[in-house]
Design a protein around this ligand. Structure first.
Ligand code: NAP
Length: 255
């Protein structure tokens, strides 16, 4: 092929290729081995993003391993979000690597069947450690990576159960308070990192058919549908919308 033809062919390919095709954005997802986290990894991989899919037990993450085998852009990393040393190890390994979207997804509901008079405070501590402290700790460790990226977004999968003003009957002391507290942490953070161009978002995925909701007697969305909505929200949030609590149905949730 002549030089002119080669240059023309190269220019044509470039004009047909999405802007980020050469350097696709990177997303890091916690709890990516099942449920909403796995579906987030699937959908970002399908979009051609680089996916750092973290799981606390990668050896047992068969579905995630299958995804990584089909998509070379997916890497699996071990991360128990309650383990400070593991968080530091991820931050050290990925030092200087931009992370466009950091998704704090890992979460637990706590032991079921608890009621006033029999609250399990050891269980409550684990729920707070996982749902509240861990997202903050992971975010703090990886903030330089987000700041170094193009999109600069920190997303925490919260819940409508964390909306204090919507409570009109008692249930889920540990879970509800852990999500209300992470909402506060992330809103606080939003103002701390605003000057660095970082957008912080809290997202309620709505009721989703995952292990967490096993036995629930309400209509549940398939994970694929819920995650499509969550990613739509993540795509749309901008720095002027930082520190808000978004609902999968559109609009914002009350605090
Ligand atoms: N499903 C819903 O209807 C719903 C509604 C509102 C909000 N949410 C939120 O959505 C997020 C995902 O929930 P899900 O429905 O996908 O639940 P899920 O199917 O039970 O999955 C939970 C994920 O979190 C991981 N995880 C738990 N503790 C961890 C730890 N210490 N370190 C690392 N990973 C940990 C689990 O890993 P292992 O496999 O190792 O346990 C698993 O990957 C949670 O934050 C949840 O609160 C869910």
């Amino acid at each position: 092929m002549s030089l002119i033809k080669t240059l023309f062919a190269t220019a044509l390919v470039a004009s047909m290729t999405p802007a980020y095709a050469e350097t696709p954005p990177t997303v890091l997802i916690t709890g990516a081995n099942r449920g909403i986290g796995l579906e987030l990894a699937r959908q970002y991989a399908a979009r051609g993003w680089r996916v750092i899919a973290t799981a606390r037990k990668p050896a047992e993450a068969a579905a995630l391993a299958e995804l990584a085998a089909a998509h070379p852009s997916v890497v699996i990393e071990a991360l128990d979000v309650t383990d400070g040393a593991a968080i530091a190890a991820i931050a050290a390994k990925y030092k200087d690597r931009p992370i466009d979207v950091l998704i704090n997804n890992a979460g637990i509901s706590g032991r079921r069947g608890q009621a006033l008079g029999s609250l399990d405070y050891d269980d409550y501590r684990v729920v707070l450690e996982t749902n509240t402290i861990a997202p903050m700790r992971v975010t703090e460790a990886l903030l330089p990576n987000v700041v170094a990226s193009t999109q600069k977004k920190i997303v925490t999968i919260s819940s409508s159960e964390g909306s204090i003003s919507r409570v009109d009957s008692p249930r889920g002391y540990a879970y509800r308070s852990s999500k209300a507290a992470v909402n506060m942490l992330m809103r606080n953070l939003a103002f701390d990192v605003q000057a660095r161009g970082v957008t912080v978002a809290l997202v309620n995925p709505g009721p989703v058919d995952t292990d967490m909701m096993k036995g629930a007697r309400i209509a549940l969305q398939p994970p694929a549908d819920a995650v499509e909505k969550v990613i739509g929200i993540i795509d749309r949030v901008t720095p002027e919308h930082t520190g808000r609590f978004w609902d999968y149905q559109g609009g914002e949730l009350p605090w």
